[in-house]
Design a protein around this ligand. Structure first.
Ligand code: ADP
Length: 823
């Protein structure tokens, strides 16, 4: 049901004349329909299956062929009664009828709108009383205009592809159809809901009906237009793609014909050949080469514009750039090595010696390996020392001596395993880890590979970088080092790894165990002077193109730079300051100004501005309650001052100056010791009950910790309590026990160099550290007297300006605390 067609050619009964004959109401068989609305002035194909409907149609066809069609309110109602039907329907003539099994098909012609007044019989079919709704003839110009508009819009809709029966279209498009008929015919063709169609049927006023039909049709035209634009755009895109694909295929065929390309796809023939060549030159073999070829093929087969193409290219570039088999010469010539190390570095004899021994062992191992084809197990060198002591530069010299490439990678702050071992290729922006990156930079399989700041790697939830590092460094495992990005084993067994760091303590123990540690303690003033004179100054002259000018720096000038403008264990700032002087002279030369041929102290001061450092000790006088301690920091040895102040109170101990827990405990032990030795110190038995002690370690906000300040704290405390000044040029280091024993400490070498730099003349150290004296540079030993203490009292004897404290004066002696309290 529901296919609506117009059949202007069919011969119709003149129904309106029939209707006119009946006065008001007429009896007609009622046929309910669902899902469609029949309009007057239209021909509609309708099929009926319900028994009552079939009976009604059959009966009508036998008689006057008239039926009244009413649309059901709810299509699901099987046996509709009066209230189930819309009140307004159409009386129609059955013009043709055909029955098949169980159904009849009719062609009916709508005649007029009717109102269903009542149903007077129900069986065998419904018969109703209907009343015609007369159409008012309206000739107003508005109607004509609306009808014209409707007709044009209909034409447009047909042009845009609206479906309608050809004869109806021809009739409506040709014009001359009455507005009433026009409105009904087009209404019947609208693609709208049944309820909306029913409303149009019920619209008696022609003008309003025309308007409503126009509005619905306009919406349809709009939709058709949008659809057409979209489909034309889609069509165009489709055509473009087809065209491109065709061209690409043609290009491929041409290239194949010319024999220029073996594969196709994402990659051009030229690029493909380039990669093949690179793979050949890279020295890959076995599975690595197979993998590269496989990836290249994948790229070839990949559909164009596949974003993965870029990732594969990146991967192929990495594979091709890795030094799979390239080696530098690998001879260890001992004499040459010794010469290179000496030529490029002043001093550090011990380090050089250890390095040469290491190289000698390496040489022997290599020769043995050749003989018995065994594995070589090179140990890893690790240089520990403050910044600027030449760790990197000696690494460079080793590479030079061995004729190998040198690469340097910093590990400072690494917390993620992926930094060492790379990210898997599935991650966006994935890259190999630092080891593989370093190997690519080196370009050979056997470089000297320096891993800086190994003491600054950390661990967190992203995995432990040190275990990945261990795998890279461990000669047992590094023949097949696996990087997550590369996915292929890379042989690191011929790499000479050198790690560097400032401190040994923070290096993870498993790593530390595999390393041969060489410490660089820092330079004395004399060494710095020689390094600057022989290496740093000539280097700066070269860098600043001043070699021809024969620019000299006087001995005093250089010492001024070392002592007044730098305070460091290494020579980094010294080098920077010399660069600064050279730069200023270079500018004067460029500006044709008169410049000093020999840089004197006054020039240094002019070039570098006011002094940055004054000698730490020189201007200080002997003080009560203040001692000089010695410590080791990542930047080398340092001196630190410990101040003790007393005030009236109740025996409280206050500690300030960013002290760590261990140092606080040392301070408490020192306090306890003084209290238990009150008698020896000439103090009153309960002296601490009336005073508060404040211990402060100044020098910025640098955190300080460690037990080695014990002796210095005790001495400061005793000095404050007894009022005996401490000698200003005595430095001290040592841990103390509650009973006053002095225990061994570490880093005496660094501490004594720092003490020397600061101008100390005596250093008090634990007796157990006497063995370290050998390591201390001669220049330091020459200027400093070392006193080795077993007990705190040994230290007090040397550090205080007067000793022993006369016990017999105890009764008369007024400790500092009481002097303070009396005031
Ligand atoms: P580090 O790696 O220990 O921080 P560097 O190797 O970078 O120190 O050294 C800083 C600068 O000092 C470099 O220019 C280096 O050549 C120079 N230098 C350090 N020690 C010496 C030395 N003993 N002889 C010559 N130059 C040195």
């Amino acid at each position: 049901m529901g296919l609506t067609i117009s059949r202007p050619d069919c011969r119709l009964l003149n129904m309106s004349s029939n209707l006119k004959k009946i006065s008001e109401l007429r009896r007609v068989p009622i046929v309910p329909v669902r899902g469609s609305v029949v309009f007057p002035h239209t021909d509609t194909l309708l099929s009926f299956g319900r028994t009552k409907s079939i009976a009604a149609v059959n009966s009508a066809f036998q008689e006057d062929k008239l039926i009244a069609i009413f649309t059901q309110k709810d299509p699901r109602t099987a046996n509709p009664e009066l209230e189930d039907l819309h009140v307004v329907g159409t009386v129609a003539t059955i013009t043709q009828m055909m029955s098949t099994d169980g159904e009849i098909h009719t062609l009916i012609r709508g005649q007029a709108r009717v109102k269903l007044v009542e149903i007077i019989a129900h069986n065998p079919f419904s018969i109703g009383m209907v009343e015609e709704i007369p159409e008012k003839v309206d000739d107003s110009p508005d109607i004509a205009v609306l009808a014209k508009k409707l007709q044009e819009l209909f034409k447009r809709s047909i042009n845009l592809g609206k479906q309608a029966e050809i004869m109806t279209v021809m009739k409506l498009v040709a014009g001359g159809v009455e507005p009433i008929e026009l409105s009904d015919q087009i209404a019947s063709l609208l693609e709208i809901k049944t309820a909306e169609k029913q409303k149009l049927l019920e619209e008696i006023k022609l003008k309003d009906r025309l308007k409503a039909v126009l509005e619905y049709l306009a919406k349809e035209v709009n939709a058709l237009e949008v659809e057409r634009t979209i489909s034309s755009k889609t069509q165009k895109r489709f055509e473009d793609q087809m065209k491109k694909a065709m061209l690409r295929e043609k290009k491929k065929t041409i290239e194949e014909e010319l024999g220029e390309m073996d594969e196709g796809g994402e990659i051009t023939g030229e690029e493909f050949r380039e990669y093949k060549n690179k793979i050949k030159l890279s020295g890959m073999t076995g599975i690595i080469k197979e993998r590269a070829i496989k990836e290249l093929k994948r790229l070839g087969e990949m559909s164009p514009n596949n974003p993965e193409g870029a990732y594969i290219r990146n991967y192929l570039d990495w594979l091709c750039d890795m030094p799979w088999s390239k080696l530098s010469s690998n001879d260890v010539a001992m004499k040459k090595a010794a010469k290179v190390l000496d030529d490029e570095h002043y001093g550090i004899e011990k380090a050089k010696e250890r390095i040469l021994e290491f190289l000698a062992v390496m040489k022997i191992k290599k020769e043995n390996k050749k003989k018995d084809k065994g594995e070589s197990h090179p140990t890893i060198l690790c240089f520990i020392g403050p910044p600027g002591v030449g760790k990197t530069s000696i690494g460079r010299s080793i590479a030079k001596a061995l004729g190998r490439k040198f690469v340097r990678v910093s590990l400072g702050g690494i917390r993620d395993e992926a930094e060492i071992r790379g990210h898997r290729r599935t991650y966006v922006g994935a890259m190999p880890g630092r080891i593989i990156q370093g190997m690519k930079t080196a370009g050979t399989k056997n470089p000297v590979f320096m891993l800086d700041e190994i003491d600054k790697i950390g661990t967190d939830f992203r995995g432990d970088p040190s275990s990945a590092l261990l795998e890279a460094l461990d000669p047992e495992q590094n023949r097949e080092f696996s990087d997550h990005y590369l996915e292929l084993p890379f042989d690191l067994s011929q790499v000479m790894f050198i790690c560097t760091g400032n401190m040994l303590d923070t290096i993870p123990a498993p790593l530390r165990d595999r390393m041969e540690v060489i410490t660089f303690p820092g330079y004395t003033e004399a060494e710095k002077f020689q390094i600057a004179k022989k290496f740093l100054w000539p280097k700066q002259l070269e860098v600043h193109s001043l070699v021809d000018r024969k620019l000299n720096i006087s001995e005093k000038g250089l010492k001024e730079v070392i002592n007044s403008y730098t305070r460091e264990a290494g020579v980094r700032n010294l080098e920077r300051n010399l660069a600064s002087i050279a730069r200023k002279v270079a500018r004067m030369v460029a500006e044709n100004k008169k410049y000093p041929k020999n840089v004197e102290v006054k020039n240094v001061r002019k070039f570098l501005g006011s002094k940055r450092f004054t000698s730490q000790i020189a201007e200080k006088k002997n003080e009560i309650g203040m001692t000089t301690g010695l410590s080791v920091t990542p930047y080398g040895g340092e001196i630190l001052f410990i101040e003790v102040s007393l005030m009236p109170g109740k025996g409280k101990l206050t500690l300030t100056g960013q002290l760590g827990d261990v140092m606080r405990e040392s301070a408490k032990a020192a306090f306890t010791w003084t209290r238990s030795h009150y008698y020896d110190l000439g103090l009153k038995e309960n002296f601490s009950e009336n005073i508060d002690v404040h211990i402060h370690v100044p020098e910025g906000a640098v955190p300080k910790d460690g037990p080695s300040a014990g002796v210095a704290i005790t001495t400061a405390l005793v000095s404050a309590l007894t009022g005996i000044p401490v000698k200003r040029d005595v430095g001290m280091t040592g841990e103390i026990t509650l009973r006053g024993r002095v225990l061994e400490i570490g880093g005496l070498k660094e501490k004594s160099i720092a003490g020397h730099r600061a101008g100390l003349t005596t250093i008090i150290a634990p007796k157990e550290n006497k063995k370290d004296l050998d390591e201390i540079p001669e220049a330091v030993k020459k200027d400093i007297k070392f006193v080795f203490a077993e007990e705190v009292s040994d230290a007090l004897k040397v550090a205080l300006t007067s000793w022993p404290i006369k016990i017999k004066t105890v009764a008369k002696y007024t400790p500092m605390s009481e002097v303070l309290m009396a005031n």
